[in-house]
Design a protein around this ligand. Structure first.
Ligand code: NAP
Length: 519
């Protein structure tokens, strides 16, 4: 399934450049989550050591470093949540929990000797393309103050879920008790015996609320809309299963492939008005009505009124049992204000709480709005994306040469593993960087052409109209204007195919001028 063509093509060009005594590109990687680590590993495997990973926090792991809330775990089976070219095969359970995934990310640093390339606690404040030298300039601030890093090639791996979103609620800052976002969990707050308010009921909340409710005196969930929550077939692996999966390669591979195929088949649920989606909705609705709807939890509080798949389909075995606890309340009136010790809702009710936890998700559709980026002619990426972020196969933008976004616009999924998508993006990006190395790493530019960039966007926006996400719900996949900026709109096998081999006609390669080559 992997067919690591990008890495092999790139490695071949690197070998030739070394034989000819030609320079290799200096590569800057922004972010040390799975995207950045995967890019670094592929460079290292190809024989390139001229790269720097710049990470704003003091450790690697990205989202798995940030999200330490109780109950944090992956909802993609572990054996597919691992890079095919740097796999972890000894998982302790079917759906790994956050500490095990973070440990995997940290272990990759040692396994591929990435430590010397890491610049931790360093933020990239600006990224600009310098046409005179055909290089990227990164204005960074680290422990030794501001400096500029120069790179021939840039990978941006900032993630889609890295900036917590806090709703702009009247009086939010007046709350006098502990208040924090799920991705910035305050482990010093003891919840035992407290009245806890939780804003939001999405993928993070369904994982931490059961843990919170088990400690708190009472838990009030302020919910804007309910989700479809199905069972999670999770379990620790038995010792023998674990040994076999860790040591017998054909079984390992077959298991991984089976997980991929079974998740991929779920795409049928996400097509607009599909029969599979309608049947699934009926099944969920019946299950929720039979097992959960009650006087305390009326239909409107737990049965979604939008098509299944419009928001992420969630899995948990303890969400609904938690909602049924006598010390847990679901409030589905809108919040209109926050006071020092209470949340006020639109019906005028005052809900006394000691602690407030925001499970309100992330800033998702305004990609890279925290990082000013300018390309050829000083054009700003923010202006290029004024109508919504988009990139050729989620990877690269016309006018921004030698620059690759990993987990970029329209590469998120509702049904399969993001690590698969990151690998596919790298497969294509490395072929583009191979063109750069072949034409002289320094001073050569490789950029997607305007026509290919525009056609790709039109195709994506056309396909996205045929998905469940275009249905009648709000979600973090949609911008305020309704444009779906985050998700890949069809089978991932199609993404695999489209990223398999670079289409040279889609890219403009401008080779290094003699003075660059001489340098
Ligand atoms: P989310 O799914 O965007 O959920 C945010 C929640 O906050 C929603 O329930 C939303 O309501 C609510 N909300 C937002 N603003 C509000 C307001 N002003 N008043 C009341 N409620 C408000 O965020 P998340 O739960 O952090 O999850 C984000 C994504 O992270 C997931 O979709 C998933 O991709 C990823 N994730 C993955 C895993 C995993 O297992 N792999 C686990 C956790 C998270 P509405 O729904 O009505 O907008």
């Amino acid at each position: 399934m992997a067919l690591d063509i990008g890495q092999r093509t790139f490695e071949d060009q690197v070998r030739r450049a070394k034989v000819d005594g030609r320079p290799l590109p200096r590569v800057a990687i922004i972010g040390a989550g799975f995207s950045g680590l995967a890019a670094a590993i592929q460079l290292a495997r190809s024989g390139v050591r001229s790269f720097t990973i710049i990470e704003q926090s003091d450790g690697v792991g990205g989202t798995w470093r940030d999200n330490t809330y109780p109950g944090a775990a992956c909802d993609v089976p572990s054996h597919l949540y691992s890079l095919s070219f740097a796999p972890k095969t000894d998982w302790s359970r079917r759906f790994a929990e956050q500490p095990e995934i973070l440990a995997y990310a940290e272990e990759l640093v040692d396994r591929f000797h990435l430590g010397p390339h890491l610049r931790l606690s360093t933020s990239v404040d600006q990224l600009s393309f310098d046409e005179a030298s055909e290089t990227w300039r990164l204005a960074v601030t680290g422990s030794e103050g501001p400096e500029t890093i120069t790179a021939d090639t840039v990978f941006i791996g900032c993630g889609q879920l890295n900036r917590p979103y806090l709703p702009d609620i009247d009086g939010r800052d007046t709350f006098s008790g502990p208040a924090f976002h799920s991705a910035r969990w305050d482990h010093s707050t003891d919840l035992a015996g407290k009245r806890v308010g939780v804003v939001g009921s999405g993928a993070s909340a369904i994982q931490f609320v059961p843990e919170v409710a088990a400690q708190a005196a009472s838990t009030t969930i302020f919910q804007r809309s309910p989700n479809y929550v199905g069972p999670k077939k999770d379990h620790p692996y038995r010792a023998t299963t674990r040994t076999v999966l860790n040591n017998v390669r054909p079984i390992q591979r077959a298991y991984r492939a089976w997980i991929y195929v079974s998740l991929e088949s779920r795409w049928l649920w996400l097509k607009k008005d599909s029969l599979a989606g309608r049947k699934l909705r009926e099944m969920f609705t019946k299950g929720i009505r039979d097992g959960v709807v009650s006087d305390r939890l009326p239909d409107a509080a737990v049965v979604p009124d939008y098509p299944i798949g419009c928001k992420r389909i969630l899995i948990s075995n303890d969400w609904y049992p938690t909602l049924l606890r006598p010390d847990v309340a679901v409030v589905d009136e809108a919040i209109i204000g926050i006071e020092p010790d209470a949340v006020i809702t639109a019906d005028g009710a005052r809900h006394d709480v000691d602690v407030l936890i925001y499970g309100t998700g992330f800033e998702t559709t305004n990609f890279l709005s925290h990082l000013p980026v300018t390309g050829v002619g000083g054009a700003s990426l923010a202006d290029a994306w004024a109508d919504g972020a988009h990139a050729y196969l989620g990877l690269t933008v016309a006018g921004f040469p030698n620059c690759y976004l990993l987990y970029g616009p329209n590469t998120n999924l509702g049904h399969n593993s993001i690590l698969f998508m990151i690998e596919r993006q790298l497969n294509l990006a490395l072929q583009a960087v191979a063109l750069q190395v072949a034409a002289g790493s320094v001073g050569t530019t490789v950029a997607v052409g305007e026509g290919a960039y525009r056609r790709d966007d039109e195709r994506t926006q056309h396909l996205v109209q045929n998905t469940a996400w275009a249905g009648s719900c709000t979600s973090w996949y949609k911008s305020a204007s309704g444009r779906i900026t985050n998700n890949w709109p069809t089978w991932t096998i199609r993404y695999w195919w489209e990223t398999l081999r670079i289409r040279p006609t889609d890219f403009d390669v401008v080779a290094a001028s003699p003075e660059h080559t001489a340098a």
